[in-house]
Design a protein around this ligand. Structure first.
Ligand code: SAM
Length: 416
């Protein structure tokens, strides 16, 4: 790879938070080649100069590199959880509508699905709104059109729930009645402000972006998402994005495959978190507060070590865990790693030791999950990359294994 492509990767990391390692191998190189050709330039070096000098090139590069994968009612569970959150919460009004943020929204399927849930709950567009944000201009244009082909309709009930109308070319258009619920914005999620006093959202869908970001950008995005979400609000992540890693103080939903958790309410009794924090009742509406037992948890700052945690305590437990690992006391090692992670969820070393221990015990699914978490925190961790490659090999996914080994080689080169 040329130094110019390296430099473009650095620009993408600095402006977008994108970690080129999270994309398929050579993705940025190919994007640069396509843009170089489209602009009829003489090689990647000239392209880099154009990118840095000409502000109009940036959006075109963004459109080339982003991963646009999405579909209507993706994963199902998050939208059931949203419906439950709307039902169990305060009564929204025109002054205080129920607000959902879909960020990133890609081509808009997530935002239209949320709008359908709000409409099904009987809320009018004055009482419920969806803000949908994505950095890709091209994808937001598609989102605004609300016209989709078959790949967006993978969920069987999507067509009916969106009241979708078939067009002559076979594509389908979301029903006009949903349009007033949704506003689309072309913006960088790392900088999105909402233009309202914060926190202002009752639910934040922040799905399938963290996995593509550098550790620093993940930290920025989780802090921002937390600031945007009201206490008692619903946070939804992608299926591979763990709350224990990104929002350690949040209370996970019990709904299977909801990938959702609730932000702890301020000043609540430890171990009991209101399902929804009611706000002042307006216009005679009655706020409906509900509580559920969630077991002892300590609210913590998202994206970082929890406020109440102690990295020192975690480190001390890890020293003991390593000693026991050398002595072959596997069960105790696992227990100590879990305790070390409770004290310091950002500890890469504790997670890696836990992964190695569970792998040695033959629990491959758990080891794999832990290794993926290690890579969220430290995308260039060579040991995690190689262990995960071995697991993918065993599962017969040679292509993924080769990709991981390639990443491990690059990580080793970068470290030397
Ligand atoms: C895989 S899609 C996720 C869409 C949807 N949330 C879902 O889970 O179905 C990832 C999206 O993130 C967007 N994206 C990447 N970096 C971004 C950033 N810094 N700010 C806003 N959007 C970003 C991309 O344009 C892309 O549309």
């Amino acid at each position: 790879m040329t130094r110019s492509v390296d430099a473009v990767e650095s620009v993408l990391a600095a402006r977008l938070g994108l970690d080129a390692e999270s994309l398929s191998p050579g993705a940025v190189e190919r994007a640069v080649a396509r843009r170089t050709q489209a602009l009829d330039l003489d090689g990647p070096c000239r392209y880099l100069a154009r990118l840095l000098e000409d502000g109009t090139e940036w959006p075109a590069l963004v459109d080339e590199v982003v991963v646009p994968e999405t579909w209507l009612f993706r994963d199902g569970g998050p939208f059931e959880e949203l419906a439950a959150h709307v039902r169990s919460g305060r009564a929204p009004s025109a002054d205080e509508p129920y607000r959902v943020l879909s960020m990133p929204c890609a081509s808009g399927e997530e935002a239209w699905s949320a709008a359908a849930v709000l409409a099904e709950a009987g809320l009018s567009p004055r009482e419920a709104l969806v803000d949908a944000v994505d950095v890709s201009r091209r994808l937001v244009e598609t989102a605004r059109r609300g016209v989709y082909g078959a790949p967006s309709f993978r969920s069987p009930e999507a067509e009916v729930r969106l009241g979708a109308r078939r067009l002559e070319d076979g594509r389908r258009e979301v029903d006009a009645s949903l349009r007033p619920y949704v506003r689309f914005h072309v913006e960088n999620a790392l900088e999105f402000e909402a233009g309202l006093p914060l926190p202002c959202y009752d639910a934040v869908f922040c799905r399938n972006l963290l996995i593509y970001l550098t550790p620093e950008a993940r930290r920025r995005l989780t802090l921002r998402a937390d600031r945007l979400l009201r206490p008692g609000g619903l946070m939804v992540l992608g299926h591979a994005e763990a709350f224990t890693t990104f929002f350690p103080g949040y209370v996970p939903s019990r709904r299977p495959r909801a990938f959702a958790a609730q932000k702890p309410a301020d000043g609540v009794e430890r171990g009991r978190v209101p399902a929804v924090v009611p706000r002042e009742s307006r216009g005679g509406s009655t706020p409906r507060a509900s509580t559920r037992s969630v077991g002892p948890r300590t609210p913590a700052a998202p994206g970082t070590v929890p406020l109440s945690s102690s990295p020192e305590a975690g480190a001390a437990l890890l020293v003991e865990a390593r000693r026991l690992a050398n002595a072959g006391e596997r069960a105790s090692v696992e227990r100590l790693c879990v305790r070390a992670l409770a004290a310091d969820p950002a500890s890469v070393d504790a997670r890696l030791l836990l992964a190695e221990t569970t792998l040695a015990a033959g629990d491959s699914p758990r080891a794999e999950a832990e290794l993926e978490r290690v890579l969220y925190l430290a995308p260039r961790n060579e040991t995690a990359l190689l262990l995960l490659a071995r697991l993918r090999d065993r599962a017969g996914d040679r292509e993924a294994a080769a990709r991981l080994r390639g990443r491990a080689r690059r990580a080793a080169r970068a470290a030397s």
